[in-house]
Ligand binder design. Sequence first.
Ligand SMILES: Cc1cc2nc3c(=O)[nH]c(=O)nc-3n(C[C@H](O)[C@H](O)[C@H](O)COP(=O)(O)OP(=O)(O)OC[C@H]3O[C@@H](n4cnc5c(N)ncnc54)[C@H](O)[C@@H]3O)c2cc1C
Length: 388
Amino acid sequence: MANTQTDIADLKMIRESARALASRFDLEYWREHDEEKKYPWDFINAFAEGGWMGTMIPEAYGGMGLGLEAASIMLQEVAYYGGANGASAIHFYIFPPGCIINHGSEEMKKRFLPGIASGKTVMCFGLTEPTAGVDTSRLTTKAEKIDGGWKINGQKVWITNAQNAHMVLLTARTSPRDPKNPMDGFTLFLADFDRTAIDARAIPKLARNAVDSNELFIKDLIVSDDRVIGEVGKGMSYLFDGLNPERVVVAYEQIGLGRRALELATEYAKNRVVFDRPIGKNQAIQHPLADSWMRLEAAQMMSDKAAQLFDQGKPCGAESNAAKYLATEAAFEVCDRAMQTHGGFCYAKEYHIERLWREARLLKIAPVSQEMVLNFIAQKILRLPKSY
Ligand SMILES: Cc1cc2nc3c(=O)[nH]c(=O)nc-3n(C[C@H](O)[C@H](O)[C@H](O)COP(=O)(O)OP(=O)(O)OC[C@H]3O[C@@H](n4cnc5c(N)ncnc54)[C@H](O)[C@@H]3O)c2cc1C
C-alpha cells in the first residue's frame, strides 16, 4: 500500500482548518438537530464546499489524497464540536469509498468517486442483518445471477444514512455458506439506492438522532455486473481491509467527543458553588476528571500509532482495535463523570452532557463491539484459543 503519511505542519493546518469550520456549528445547533431529528444539511454542505468529503479520495478522482491520520484529525475536530451526530454525518463519505479506491475498477472509480468527494453523492453502508449478529458469516441477503447483473433480496438493519443515500455499499451472499470457509462467497456491490426496490424504515433510537439509522427491506433489487466491487465471492476480504481504518477514525472521534465532555465538566466544576466553595475543590470531583484526562491522552497515543502505521502501509490490526477499545472506554467514562459532576443538571438538555453521554455509549457496540475487540486481541495477539 502506498505511503500516505502527512507531515506534522500539514496535520496542524488540517486540524486548524477543520476546527474553524466545525466551530461554526455550536452545541445548540446539534441539540436542536438531535431533538428534532433534522439531518444537518447546512453542516454537510459547509464541509463539502471545503472539499473535506474527499479527504482520503485520491486527487485524480477529485479528492485531497490525504492519509488516515489527516482524515482522523479532521473528524476529531468535527466530533469535538458536533459529537457523534456531526462525525457520523461525514464518516460515510470517508469510510465506504476505501473499498472502491482499493478494489474497484478504474471505470467505477472515475464514475463514482468524484461525486462522493464533492459531497453530492450520499453513501450508506449495508452489512448488518437482524438475524446474523456479529457472526457476519451468517448474513443471508442473497444476490442471484441474472443476465447482465444480479437480483438482490434480503433484509438489513441499523443502516445509517439510508433516508438520504443515493448509493449503498451492499454485502450479499452469492454462494452458500461453506463451514470450512464461512467468510467466502460474499460479494460487495456499489448499488444505487433504488427506492422502488429498497424500503428504508427509520428506527426510533436512543441517540445520534440527527442522522437516521434504518431497517432495509430489499426486494428484487437489480444491480448490473459493473457495480460489483473487485471479484465475485471475495467481498468480505475487501471489507476486512477497511475495518482497521474505520476503527482508527472512530477512536479519534470518541476522543474528540470525550475532550468536549471533559471541558464542559471542568468549567462546571469551577463555577458551581456548593457549601460556599466550587465543587471542583473536592477531590471526589477533580480526581475522576484528572484520571479521564490521562486516559484520553493515552488513547490518543495508541490512535496516533495506529493511524501512522496504516499510513506507512504497515500492519496495524492490534493497534487499530486497541485504539477503538481504549478511546471508547475513556470517552464513555468521561461522559459519565461529567454527568456526575453536573449533579441534577446533567439531566437538563441545555447542558449538552446527557447528549454526549448517550452518543458515547454507542461505540461500545458499533461498529465493532468491545467484546469482539477483546476476542481479537486474545486470539490474534496473545494466541489464546478462539473462544467462540
Ligand atoms: C446506531 C447504530 C448505527 C449503526 N450503523 C450501521 C451501519 O451504518 N451499517 C451497518 O452495517 N451496521 C450498522 N450498525 C450495526 C452495528 O455494527 C451492530 O449493531 C454491531 O456490530 C453489533 O451487532 P448486533 O447488534 O447484531 O449484536 P449481537 O451480535 O446480537 O451481539 C449482542 C452482544 O453479544 C456480544 N457477543 C456476541 N457474540 C460474542 C462472542 N462470541 N464473544 C463475546 N461477546 C459476544 C456482542 O459483543 C454484543 O455485545 C449500527 C448499529 C447502531 C446501534
